[in-house]
Design a protein around this ligand. Structure first.
Ligand SMILES: NC(=O)C1=CN([C@@H]2O[C@H](COP(=O)(O)OP(=O)(O)OC[C@H]3O[C@@H](n4cnc5c(N)ncnc54)[C@H](O)[C@@H]3O)[C@@H](O)[C@H]2O)C=CC1
Ligand SMILES: O=CC(=O)O
Length: 332
């Protein structure tokens, strides 16, 4: 394939501050505009940017909808997302304009699985409540009946979405003594199921009715939007804890809050939100939830590795080849 940029490097627009090493390397390789922004760009700034660059590097909080894609200039042919999830990008609109989309899978799998496992332990063991009690000065000392939570060893974990992160969570949860149940669009090969000790449930509903802890790891797509809806929340037993470190839109947040308030669910650990960074105030009032600010993949190491992936995708594409992490509609 012919190199796309023989005479001059591609013009790359980056919407947010990225790790120093990533920005430095981008400066060496590309004709790059670094906004250094710590907050989401205004839509008008995004539209101005796509009119005059070859490559857009958004993050998972930028809304790259059909309108933004329509505003793209003729030269813009790659959206190299800094992050794994691409639900904020209109893939159909991108394809219609022959714009390639890439993401950064794999490099944030272990970090996100660690954070998920932390929530799986923190919620039933009331970690946040205990921490608050100590800080408030209200702790009166150890007592046999104080701060009792629920053991996680021996319980059944249900994983919805058994891809990279789901499998990394399964491996961790197994070491904590949980039995692993999963529902995924496709069943895993038998050898992988055996390695993870994971039991497949073709029926999501049947799995929901049989587990003690639910954790969600599908991407947000047309099939998974509101997948854990009011009816399915109703299938969960009252002692169940719900963990979501994938995307807020997969769970009916109102129905979840109501179930938590009414005691129809035991607790929740949430890293992602339907209207980030806005948080439903009713959730803030609940003691039985652990709330984190979309920090599943937030490690120094992971952020740099994500930057390396973005750069690799841009370079391979600029060389005229198919980038390694090209996102194909319908795959996610
Ligand atoms: N909280 C955080 O900071 C982070 C969140 N994420 C989220 O985690 C998601 C998953 O990431 P990976 O595991 O790397 O993706 P992946 O593509 O490796 O795995 C996703 C799995 O979900 C399955 N799936 C898709 N739609 C489904 C549906 N409707 N029903 C059942 N299964 C379905 C797929 O078949 C696949 O096995 C990302 O798309 C992103 O939204 C990713 C990184 C960090
Ligand atoms: O939520 C983070 C991502 O990379 O996706």
């Amino acid at each position: 394939m012919a190199r796309r940029f023989d005479q001059s490097p591609p013009r790359v627009f980056v919407t947010r501050r990225l790790p120093e090493a990533t920005e430095r390397r981008m400066g060496e390789l590309f004709d790059v505009t670094l906004t250094g922004a710590e907050e989401r760009l205004e839509r008008s700034a995004l539209i101005a940017a796509v009119a005059d660059c070859d490559v857009l590097v958004p993050t998972v909080t930028d809304n790259i909808d059909a309108g933004v894609i329509e505003a793209a200039g003729e030269r813009m042919k790659l959206i190299a997302n800094y992050g794994a999830g691409v639900n904020h990008i209109d893939l159909k609109a991108a394809r219609a304009r022959n714009i390639v989309v890439t993401n950064t899978p794999g490099v944030l799998t272990e970090d996100t699985a660690d954070m998920t496992m932390a929530l799986i332990v923190a919620v039933p063991r009331r970690l946040a409540e205990g921490e608050k009690l100590v800080r408030s000065g209200g702790w009166k000392g150890w007592s046999p009946g104080a701060m009792l939570g629920h053991r996680i060893g021996g319980k059944a974990l249900g994983i919805v979405g058994m891809g990279r992160i789901g499998r990394a969570v399964a491996a961790r949860a197994r070491a904590f003594g949980l039995s692993i149940h999963y529902h995924n669009r496709n069943r895993l090969p038998a050898v992988l199921e055996a390695q993870l000790g994971a039991q497949w449930h073709e029926s999501l509903d049947a799995m929901l009715a049989a587990i003690d802890i639910l954790t969600i790891h599908t991407p947000l797509n047309a099939d998974s939007e509101n997948l854990i809806d009011r009816r399915r929340i109703g299938l969960l037993r009252p002692h169940v804890h719900v963990i979501n470190a994938s995307r807020g839109g997969i769970v009916d947040e109102d129905a979840l809050v109501e179930a938590l308030e009414d005691g129809r669910l035991a607790g929740a650990g949430l890293d992602v939100w339907k209207y980030e960074p806005e948080i439903n105030p009713r959730l803030l009032a609940l003691p039985n939830v652990v709330l984190t600010p979309h920090m599943g993949s937030a490690t120094h190491e992971g952020r740099e590795a994500t930057g390396d992936k973005v750069i690799a995708n841009i370079r391979v594409w600029a060389d005229g080849h198919r980038p390694p992490d090209q996102v194909l509609e319908g795959w996610l």
